[in-house]
Write a protein that binds this ligand. Structure first.
Ligand code: GLN
Length: 214
């Protein structure tokens, strides 16, 4: 039998319990992450929604910010988690995110998101949600609201401005787990296995580190 994936959920503040429940439902082994050493051995990590300022402060306090910048595995950020992955925060994804982008008047709403491929629309629960304001060339937009990206990925980094953990629709988490599975495979060799590695962020990651002189 296949080993269950070991997925961390950053558990310093916010909706980590809901993410943990959904990931367990999908068969993952979940680790609540509060200390840098708990990142070791993880196949992937979820950074949940909550309050990005509070999460930022707590991450710094526990030394998690530096550890997360070095984390090499797939990451999925939702809402405040999406803010934390952007250029102005942890810098794991080449996006700039606008906080509370939908305005305070329409603080929270739900919307059916077109995810293409003739798939069922995805019900998005938005709570004082951000959107992607600017994205680098390797960022793929998977869904948008009024032209603003709210679901996007770059290599094996996935972000959602909404809260898929608050609905019964498991598709976004499944998409993330598929990315994790793909990234867990050994690197492609000339002998084949050329498919399904688009989610592997080895290349952009190294390029980024080289650019930082790491
Ligand atoms: N508005 C929050 C922030 O800026 C995010 C809201 C959420 O995660 N539901 O951090």
């Amino acid at each position: 039998m296949e080993e269950p994936l070991r997925i961390g959920v950053l558990a310093v503040q916010g909706n980590f319990r809901e993410h943990a429940a959904m990931l367990r439902r999908l068969g993952a082994d979940v680790v609540e992450v509060r200390k840098p050493e708990q990142l070791e051995g993880l196949d992937g990590l979820v950074v949940p929604g909550g309050e990005s300022t509070a999460i930022t402060r707590l991450m710094r306090l526990y030394g998690l910010d530096e550890a997360l910048r070095r984390f090499q595995r797939p990451v999925f950020g939702t809402c405040a988690g999406m803010i934390l992955l952007d250029r102005d925060h942890l810098g794991l994804m080449d996006i700039r995110v606008r906080r509370n982008a939908f305005g305070r008047q329409v603080a929270s709403f739900e919307a059916d998101l077109d995810v293409g491929h003739g798939d069922e629309p995805l019900r998005g629960v938005f709570i004082r949600a951000p959107w992607v304001e600017e994205a680098g060339p390797d960022v793929e937009v998977l869904a948008a609201v009024d032209g603003h990206p709210v679901l996007a990925r770059e290599g094996s980094i996935l972000v959602a401005a909404f809260h898929p953990e608050l609905t019964d629709d498991t598709r976004v988490h499944e998409l993330f787990l598929n990315t994790v599975r793909t990234a867990a495979q050994p690197p492609v060799r000339a002998s084949g296995r050329g498919e399904g590695v688009r989610g592997n962020r080895e290349v952009p990651r190294r390029t980024r580190e080289a650019a930082r002189g790491a």
